[in-house]
Design a binder for this molecule. Structure first.
Ligand SMILES: O=C(O)C(=O)CO
Length: 334
């Protein structure tokens, strides 16, 4: 550090001690070791009380104009504990010259594993089956089709957004003997192996909807993808299609999803992400047996979270010692 004054770092979530120790060697920390989530108002008042030079926060913390204006010119850097960045007002950061560090790569496997867990839980009705055990329904039905789900074998899987995470999901699905993978997105990928060339097919979004048995949403949320899954989209899907969302809640219009699930327009949905998060416990989607909802636990595996924390620490330390961050988010396109 060139200056004797230690930069002030506001940390908005709880982290394992070793990461806090690494940060407090360099930063003057504003950190509360509590698992209680801070509200927007509480974050604002912490900023007012002690304007930070940098902030470290999870993907659930909205970094909007109000937060940035309250922090003012002192704020130089944001370290988000996430690969997604739709919670940050990028335009405002660009205007204010605030640098942003984020955590791509290290949570790919964790999110892809979770996508498979969610897909199987949804298609094989795992949550409903567990409920049946608990409430004494096990053994009550003589129907040989009781608790039957939809098989993956020979199915067509559509992946919306074949980035790192989408591809990791696709790789995990191949051993389930699926027939082919359709994908849509901004550009076609080049595959080297003959096997991949046969397996992967780049198609228009509407074509993907029409042909897929399982549709997995793995794209970023932006102006092009917001509410991409609306009434018209669900109407194009097969009636026994299953949609899985591990990306961002805003990509789905939830009213349209509710209608599609209620009326049998599609068979089922599995969501790791919703709008809002957390989803209120009286939300209509929670009343549907054919909607499996997880509390945004995509990256919640110990390795992923530790590596994300380490990346945040490294991004912060590098930035404040004048080195390039390990992963800096470019705000040029904002
Ligand atoms: O890091 C993120 O952006 C996530 O949503 C992980 O699930």
């Amino acid at each position: 550090m060139t200056s004797a004054v230690r930069p002030r770092l506001l940390i908005v979530h709880q982290m394992p001690t070793q990461f806090i120790r690494a940060l407090e060697r360099v930063f003057d920390l504003d950190y509360k070791d509590t698992s209680t989530r801070f509200t927007h108002e509480q974050i604002l008042s912490r900023i007012r009380a002690n304007p930070p030079d940098a902030m470290l926060f999870p993907g659930q913390t909205k970094i909007d104009k109000e937060i940035l204006a309250t922090a003012g010119d002192k704020l130089k850097m944001l370290a988000t504990f996430s690969v997604g960045f739709d919670h940050i007002d990028l335009k405002e950061c660009k205007k204010r010259g605030i640098a942003i560090g984020y955590t791509p790569g290290v949570l790919t496997d964790g999110v892809a594993d979770l996508a498979i867990a969610l897909l199987l839980a949804t298609s094989r009705r795992v949550v409903e089956a567990m409920k049946a055990v608990r409430n004494g329904q096990w053994g009550q039905s003589s129907d040989i089709m009781w608790m039957c789900g939809k098989p993956l074998v020979n199915s067509t899987v559509g992946i919306v957004g074949l980035g790192q995470i989408g591809l990791a999901i696709a790789r995990r699905l191949q051993p389930f003997s699926i027939q082919r993978i359709l994908y849509s997105g901004t550009r076609e990928k080049q595959f080297d192996s003959e096997n991949d060339k046969r397996m992967f097919q780049f198609v228009e979004f509407n074509e993907l909807l029409r042909q897929s048995d399982f549709v997995i949403i793995a794209c970023a949320l932006n102006d092009q993808t917001r509410h991409m899954f609306n009434k018209q989209a669900f109407e194009q899907m097969k009636n026994d299609a299953i949609v899985i969302n591990i990306a961002r809640g805003g990509i789905i219009n939830q009213e349209a999803l509710y209608d599609a699930l209620k009326t049998g327009q599609i068979q089922a949905a599995g969501l790791d992400v919703t709008t809002p998060e957390p989803l209120p416990t009286d939300h209509p989607l929670l009343s549907l047996e054919n909607c499996t909802i997880f509390p945004h636990i995509g990256s919640a595996d110990v390795n992923a979270r530790h590596q994300m924390a380490q990346l945040c620490v490294d991004n912060l330390l590098n930035f404040f010692s004048g080195k390039p961050m390990v992963h800096e988010l470019k705000t040029d396109s904002a």
